[in-house]
Design a protein around this ligand. Structure first.
Ligand code: NDP
Ligand SMILES: C[C@H](O)[C@@H]1OC(=O)[C@H](O)[C@@H]1O
Length: 254
């Protein structure tokens, strides 16, 4: 069953990882897909090729989500190309691991701007378009298990993921009257570019695997079903929710 037939889906940070898998998954479910990315031109183009191979129409728009103008441009380009916006998947993010006491100010500010300000501007731009269209919509934000638990080398990152989760709760209230649903997914540890270096340490990787009751770390494709579900009409009465997708890592104390 195709869950996103006839919908236009926007995905931020879709050149690699979770965003890329979500964009291709949305196309496999019948959507036209517009992707944002920041630097990897070739990866973005190959994502568009995969979207088209799945039968959807695709468009890549380069831009830094930290800049509010990127969000208005992204939405305008989607409307020009495909006539509207039905779903926004706010996913772009960075996690430059660093110790707390000597954390550079620039690293804190950049992480906040990309992960939290970026999500805010993208969600707001999409919501404005959806309200103007008058046919509702769905917003799915990629938060994290890190919204719920801390990380020694993620003191600048975990607050942004808690912020994204909180943003979905507040926008669910603000936008419910317009028929716009807002939910977040909370991935555990998914093998992507963001943690390639961190998990190159065998000990760290084995520790993370051992903490996961399902016995393996996640792949980007593990995120597709939960994201597509929340974006689709199957979740018509789901808003303000947060869905952990972590192989059971969060509940595993001992
Ligand atoms: N992997 C994991 O274990 C987990 C990831 N997450 C979250 O998932 C999301 C996706 O990360 P993931 O797929 O793992 O990592 P990747 O590094 O594979 O993907 C990150 C994506 O975000 C894009 N991006 C980065 N900075 C910007 C920017 N300033 N403007 C626009 N796009 C940007 C990248 O584009 P480009 O490369 O072209 O610059 C890339 O497409 C993040 O929000 C992350 O916090 C949450 C929990 C766990
Ligand atoms: C980057 C981390 O490995 C990843 O991102 C998160 O949000 C979680 O902390 C994961 O472990």
């Amino acid at each position: 069953m195709k869950l996103l037939e006839g919908k236009t889906v926007l995905v931020t940070g879709a050149s690699t990882g979770i965003g890329r898998a979500a964009a291709i998954g949305a196309a496999q479910h019948g959507a036209d897909v517009v992707i944002n990315y920041h630097s990897r031109d070739e990866d973005a183009q190959s994502c568009i090729a995969a979207i088209e191979a799945a039968g959807g129409r695709g468009l890549a728009v380069k831009g830094d989500v930290a800049d509010a103008a990127t969000a208005t441009d992204f939405v305008a380009r989607a409307v020009d190309a495909f006539g509207g916006v039905d779903v926004m998947i706010s996913n772009a993010g960075i996690c430059p691991f660093h110790a707390f006491l000597d954390m550079p100010t620039e690293t804190v500010e950049r992480t906040f701007r990309v992960n939290l300000h970026g999500a805010y501007y993208m969600v707001q731009a999409a919501a404005r378009q959806m309200v103007a269209q008058g046919r509702g919509g769905a917003i799915v934000a990629v938060s994290s298990i890190s919204a719920l638990v801390g990380g020694e080398f993620q003191t600048h990152y975990t607050p942004t993921k808690a912020g994204v989760h909180s943003l979905m709760q507040s926008t669910a209230i603000a936008l419910g009257k317009h028929g716009i649903r807002c939910n977040s997914v909370l991935p555990g540890t998914i093998l992507t570019e963001i943690n390639k270096e961190d998990l190159a340490d065998d000990g760290k990787r084995r520790y993370m695997e051992a903490r996961t009751p399902l016995g393996r770390l996640g792949q980007p494709e593990d995120m597709v079903g939960p994201i597509v579900f929340l974006a689709s009409d199957m979740a018509a009465y789901v808003t303000g929710a947060a869905l952990l997708v972590d192989g059971g890592m969060y509940v595993n104390l001992q």
